[in-house]
Design a protein around this ligand. Structure first.
Ligand code: AOS
Ligand code: ZN
Ligand code: ZN
Length: 386
C-alpha cells in the first residue's frame, strides 16, 4: 500500500461519536434560543445523527445522556439506531441536575445523597446492558466554593468508594471513562479537576477505568497534547470529548478556535497508536446560535482534517531531525504537515466511500432541514436548556 493509500485507509476507519445533546436546543445561562425543527425525542435525535453519518460516513455512534434521553425501552432505542445505520455509544450520567446535588453527588457529605448518585450510575450500567454500549462516561460537577466548606481528602475517599462500587458492576466488555474539569460549576475545588486526579483513581480501579480528555476543560495554555501522549503511554486514554474553547468550557465546534492545537493532539494520538486502538473520539459540543446538524457535520470534518494532517507527518524525517538535534528541521517537518491542504485528499476519501465529496453542501441539498422544520412542531426537548 502506498503511503497515500494508507492515510486514506486510516481516515476511512476513524469513527467520531456525536452527542445526543448537541442536536437539541442549548444556550448560556442568559438565554436558550429555540431553533425550529430540533428533535423532540431521543428517537428524533438519532434521526438527525443518522444524517450526519449519512453525509460524513464516519459518525456511526451516538452518545446518550441519562435522563435527557430517558425512554421506557432502551433495547428498542438501540434498534431505532440500528435501523438507521447507527449504534448507541457512551452512556453519560447526570449527577448534577437535582436539588439534592447542591453540595455534590458521589462526594456529598451526606451518605443518602451519595447512595442516590451511585444508584443512578448503576442504573446507567443497566442501560448499557440494554443498549450494548461499551462506555460509561462520568463527569462529576462535585466540588466546593469556599475554603473549609468540606474536607478535600474525605471527598476523595467518597469518590473512590463510589467509583469502586460502579466499577465492580461493569461487565467484561464495558469501561468506565472518567472526565476531569478544572472548574465550574464549583469555583474553589473541583473533585476531579485534572488528568492526574482522574488517572490516580483509574489506576487504582483497574484496566476497565480510563481517563477522558475534554479539550475544553483545561487552564489556558495547558499543553493538552502532552497529557494525551502521557495517558496513551500509560494505556489509560479512554477517549476525547472534543470541542473548542476561547475562554472557559465554551463547547464550541472542535477545531474552530485552535486547529493547530487539534492537529498537535491528533499527532500524539497517531504517534501513540491511538487511532487503531480503543480511544473513543467523541464530540461534546453545544450549538447555541448556529444550525445544529451542519455544525456537527463541520465538527466531524474538522476532526478528519486534523487527523489527515497528523497522518501526513513524515515520521522518518521527523525522527532523523530529532536524532540530529535539528531543532528547526524537526519543527519544519511538523509544520509542513500542518500546512498541507488536506481537503482534496478528504474529498477523494469520501468519493471512494461512495459519498458526496462535500458533506455540507450535500446536507443542505438533501431537504432534511426543511423537512424537520415542517414536521417537528410542538413538544418539548430535554437537555441543557430544559
Ligand atoms: C461538562 O462540562 C462535561 O463536559 C460533560 O462531559 C458534558 O458536557 C456533560 O456530561 C453532558 O452531559
Ligand atoms: Zn465533556
Ligand atoms: Zn464540559
Amino acid at each position: 500500500m502506498t503511503e497515500r493509500a494508507a492515510v486514506k485507509a486510516a481516515l476511512k476507519t476513524q469513527a467520531v461519536e456525536t452527542p445526543s445533546w448537541a442536536y437539541g436546543n442549548s444556550g448560556t445561562r442568559f438565554k436558550v434560543f429555540a431553533q425550529q425543527g430540533v428533535p423532540r425525542t431521543p428517537q428524533e435525535k438519532l434521526d438527525d445523527a443518522a444524517k450526519v453519518h449519512e453525509f460524513t460516513g464516519v459518525a456511526p455512534t451516538v452518545a446518550l445522556h441519562i435522563p435527557w434521553d430517558e425512554v421506557d425501552d432502551y433495547a428498542a432505542l438501540a434498534r431505532h439506531a440500528e435501523d438507521r445505520g447507527l449504534r448507541l455509544g457512551a452512556i453519560n450520567s447526570n449527577t448534577f441536575q437535582d436539588d439534592d446535588y447542591r453540595l455534590g453527588s458521589v462526594c456529598h457529605p451526606d451518605a443518602a445523597v451519595r447512595r442516590k448518585a451511585v444508584d443512578h450510575l448503576l442504573e446507567c450500567v443497566d442501560i448499557m446492558d440494554a443498549t450494548g454500549s461499551k462506555d460509561l462516561k462520568l463527569w462529576f460537577a462535585d466540588g466546593t466554593n469556599y475554603p473549609g466548606q468540606d474536607d478535600i481528602r474525605a471527598r476523595q475517599d467518597r469518590l473512590a468508594e463510589a467509583l469502586a462500587e460502579v466499577y465492580g458492576r461493569l461487565g467484561d466488555d464495558q469501561r468506565m471513562l472518567l472526565e476531569y474539569k478544572l472548574f465550574e460549576p464549583a469555583f474553589y475545588t473541583t473533585d476531579v479537576p485534572d488528568w492526574g486526579t482522574a488517572y490516580a483513581h483509574c489506576l487504582k480501579l483497574g484496566p476497565k477505568a480510563r481517563v477522558v480528555v475534554d479539550t475544553g476543560h483545561h487552564a489556558p495554555g495547558t499543553n493538552i497534547e502532552f497529557i494525551v501522549a502521557t495517558l496513551l503511554r500509560e494505556g489509560k486514554l479512554g477517549g476525547f470529548d472534543f470541542n473548542s474553547r476561547f475562554y472557559a468550557d465554551d463547547d464550541l465546534m472542535v477545531g474552530a478556535a485552535d486547529p493547530f492545537q487539534l492537529f498537535r493532539i491528533m499527532y500524539e494520538v497517531v504517534r501513540g497508536g491511538g487511532l487503531s486502538g480503543d480511544v473513543a473520539f467523541m464530540l461534546d459540543q453545544c450549538h447555541n446560535v448556529e444550525s445544529k446538524i451542519p455544525a456537527i457535520v463541520r465538527s466531524v470534518m474538522n476532526v478528519q482534517e486534523a487527523t489527515a494532517k497528523a497522518l501526513l507527518v513524515d515520521r522518518d524525517a521527523l525522527a532523523a531531525a530529532q536524532r540530529e538535534g535539528d531543532v528547526l528541521g524537526a519543527n519544519a517537518v511538523l509544520m509542513d504537515a500542518f500546512s498541507t491542504d488536506v481537503r482534496p485528499l478528504l474529498r477523494e476519501v469520501r468519493e471512494e466511500m461512495g459519498l458526496d465529496p462535500d458533506p455540507m453542501a450535500a446536507y443542505a441539498r438533501s431537504g432534511w432541514a426543511e423537512k424537520i422544520v415542517a414536521e417537528r412542531v410542538g413538544g418539548e426537548q430535554a437537555g441543557w436548556g430544559a
